[in-house]
Design a protein around this ligand. Structure first.
Ligand code: ZN
Length: 221
């Protein structure tokens, strides 16, 4: 799943207006931000198998550190704890931890059975929504549109940047998503790691958008 995770991050602003959008995105996409680092360092593995699902040609052969449920719960606790040490907000820390886990749950819906519960167990899970292009686009598109709607209702722009930086973010994400859906499969696995690393750029971008928007219901900003 791709833009669905971004949708969840945007939606969470409604629940925790004091948390910056960049932080919400870092939590909701944490596993996929970690994954390319593990890919380029050779700690996790992926293969390209065109047609393995209708939507996604990647065979996630090994990703126990970024995508096994047990490790994910560990990352969620670590993320929530780090935020708590910094901001002393139990509610926001809890929401951020849930966002980290939400990634795995949403991946479970779309992936073919390739997600492990325990890092070293051979059993793999996945409900396989990626076997249908229309169902994938419907579910992920709905999550994204809902997220954008909730973020818009939770914030007001302070200046013009707060408006166009957000819409550009939405358009670029939509463009990358469409290219992934309808473009050719990646030529080799090295490119996957570096391309996925580039998605880190959306984190500072999200902070930038948020700095130019005022969160409603947040007296601290
Ligand atoms: Zn993922």
């Amino acid at each position: 799943m791709f833009i669905g995770h971004f949708g969840v991050a945007l939606a969470a602003k409604k629940l925790t207006p004091s948390v910056r959008l960049g932080t919400l995105l870092l939590a909701a996409q944490f596993l996929d931000f970690l994954w390319p680092i593990l890919l380029v360092t050779g700690l996790e593995k992926v293969a390209i198998v065109p047609g393995i699902t209708v939507v996604n040609p990647l065979d996630f052969t090994s990703y126990p550190i970024s995508h096994s449920l047990l490790a994910v719960i560990g990352w969620a606790l670590l993320f929530g704890f780090a935020y708590y040490m910094w901001h002393r907000s139990p509610k926001c820390s809890f929401v951020l931890g849930i966002l980290v886990v939400s990634h795995w749950v949403l991946d479970l819906i779309v992936h073919r059975p390739d997600l492990p519960i325990m890092p070293n167990s051979p059993a793999r899970y996945g409900l396989g929504l990626w076997n249908s292009l229309s169902a994938t686009v419907a579910v992920e598109g709905a999550l994204f549109v809902l997220g954008v709607g909730l973020y818009l209702s939770a914030t007001r722009t302070r200046d013009r940047i707060g408006n166009w930086a957000l819409w550009l973010f939405i358009i670029v994400l939509g463009g990358i998503y469409a290219a992934n859906l309808f473009g050719p499969p990646p030529p080799d696995t090295k490119i996957i790691g570096w391309a996925a690393l580039a998605l880190w750029l959306f984190v500072p971008w999200a902070y930038w958008i948020d700095r130019h928007r005022r969160a409603l219901g947040d007296s601290s900003r």
